[in-house]
Ligand binder design. Structure first.
Ligand code: ATP
Ligand code: MG
Ligand code: MG
Ligand code: MG
Length: 476
């Protein structure tokens, strides 16, 4: 079943059951706490927080999501992309645990002929929150899942909150057993590659108070109206329905891998490292296209830096596979063609997306050319002195003069067996920021040159983004 069909079935199943179809919001979150939309519920936050009365009791969507914290997993696990599509159904004070569980089961297990996804019910495993007897009872006695395929998980896994006072509650997840070729048995509590998580059902039933950490807050009581928020990963379901071993080989990504193979001459399946690179290239370029389409342009701060980092990582991996020429244009075209089936606006906007991508590739190839020489010299010097750590000074110089993001320096140094004095680098960045502040202050009193301050502030901006990447409340 193609991704476009999975999406179509999702929307029509819930629409037929009284849900209003809500189109995906832009990846650019209308939310000061988030750089990019990372879950299907984000556009509905004001309803869940009680700030706005929802115009419907039930809604369904397929939401574009970006999760930069998952970047290191890409290509290494079988199931994490930086971009993915979260299929969600939502109830605002309408159906609750029983309704949500029954709907999920019906859609997953009813036959393809009947509009479902036709999954074998014996391969489905359920997790519930450790205290949630009600959810366990529903799965077992109402839905009919055998008790031995229901497992309990703790707060880190199966309890959700938005990271701020407001609604929170237990989760319950549906997992699919991909069989012994993916590892040992024992259910999702034991092996999350074999028993892959596909669908998270969040039962918003309590109100939480202030707290600092993810788990450290009081539960104040029951919510007056209970809500349902669910999220199913479209790519993960596609991986199962298309019977491929990982999400990068599903229809919308495999074509990008194939094109990259053609361009680099490196065969997919030849070696683990080059396979990971090919998957990273496909994932990251798809993410880049989707971000550019929603109006993000590469830059040194915020979303612009997220995009820059993702694009540059893709280009670096192309270089690792031996590609010296600009090839991003060709790959971006493939992404536009395949994703255009679900998002026609990226076809309309094709020229602009290509122009932005090509400009970033050109800028980065130039940076790489000059910076790589400097880095190689630094590595040779460090090794000649018997050292194994690149100094903070060198990392700072690469950043400040050659535009090398620290992540790139870390990765490239690691490839040559060196680590980097990151603490030293950060100290120098901080000193630079402090100087910039002092200059700005002086400027207020009329003594400093504004253009110099701007340059410094722009360069410093590049490291300031990290805080935003790790926002809380990521579960659905
Ligand atoms: P995992 O534990 O596998 O990292 P998660 O618990 O972080 O997933 P949720 O926040 O519960 O994921 O999101 C709901 C659903 O979205 C997941 O069940 C999964 O199907 C999908 N999903 C989450 N992260 C990704 C990702 N990086 N790439 C593809 N699909 C994802
Ligand atoms: Mg996760
Ligand atoms: Mg999980
Ligand atoms: Mg989850």
């Amino acid at each position: 079943m193609e991704s476009a069909e999975i999406r179509r079935r999702w929307l029509s199943f819930f629409e037929e059951r009284g849900h209003t179809v809500v189109p995906s919001a832009s990846l650019i979150a209308d939310d000061p706490t988030l750089l990019l939309v990372n879950a299907g519920m984000v556009p509905f936050k004001p309803y869940f927080l009680g700030e706005v009365k929802p115009p419907f009791d039930r809604a369904v969507s397929v939401q574009k999501c970006v999760r930069t914290p998952d970047i290191e997993e890409v290509g290494k696990t079988t199931r994490h992309g930086t971009f993915f599509q979260m299929c969600g159904n939502f109830s605002f004070g309408d159906y609750f645990k029983e309704g949500a569980s029954k709907l999920a089961w019906e859609l997953l297990t009813s036959s393809v002929a009947d509009g479902g996804y036709g999954l074998d019910p014996q391969r489905l495993w359920i997790t519930v929150y450790e205290d949630d007897d009600e959810a366990e009872r529903i799965w077992r006695d109402v839905v009919g899942v055998p008790a031995e395929r229901i497992q309990r998980l703790g707060k880190a896994e199966n309890f959700w909150s938005m990271g701020v006072p407001g609604p929170c509650g237990p989760c319950s997840e549906v997992n699919y057993d991909r069989g012994p070729e993916f590892g040992v048995e024992g259910g999702p509590a034991v092996n999350d590659e074999r028993y892959v998580e596909i669908w998270n059902l969040v039962f918003m039933q309590y109100e939480r108070g202030e707290g600092t950490g993810k788990e450290d807050y009081p539960i104040l009581g029951d919510l007056p109206a209970k809500n349902i928020d669910t999220g199913l990963g479209l790519e993960r379901l596609a991986m199962i329905l298309q019977d491929v071993p990982n999400m990068y080989e599903t229809d919308t990504l495999r074509v990008v891998i194939d094109k990259a193979t053609e361009l680099t001459g490196v065969r997919y399946g030849a070696a683990r490292d080059s396979d990971v690179s090919l998957r990273v290239i496909a994932d990251h370029l798809r993410t880049s296209v989707m971000m550019i389409a929603d109006g993000v342009t590469p830059g040194n701060e915020g979303r612009g830096y997220v995009l820059r980092r993702i694009m540059r990582r893709a280009i670096r991996n192309l270089r690792i596979l031996g590609s010296q020429e600009p090839v991003v244009g060709t790959l971006v075209d493939v992404v536009i063609e395949t994703m255009g089936k679900q998002y026609p606006e990226i076809i309309t906007d094709r020229r602009r997306i290509e122009t932005v991508a090509l400009a970033e590739e050109a800028a980065f190839l130039k940076t790489l050319k000059s910076g790589t020489n400097i880095l190689d010299t630094a590595v040779t010097e460090t090794k000649a002195q018997g050292g194994s750590v690149l100094s903070g000074d060198q990392a700072f110089l690469l950043h400040d003069t050659w535009g090398f993001p620290i992540d790139l320096t870390l990765e490239m140094a690691a490839e040559q067996g060196l680590s980097v004095d990151e603490g030293g680098f950060r100290r120098l960045m901080q000193e630079q920021r402090d100087r910039a502040k002092a200059d700005a202050l002086a400027k207020k009193t009329g003594h400093a040159d504004l253009s110099a301050y701007r340059q410094v502030a722009d360069a410093a901006g590049a490291t300031e983004f990290t805080g935003y990447l790790h926002t809380e409340g990521e579960a659905t």
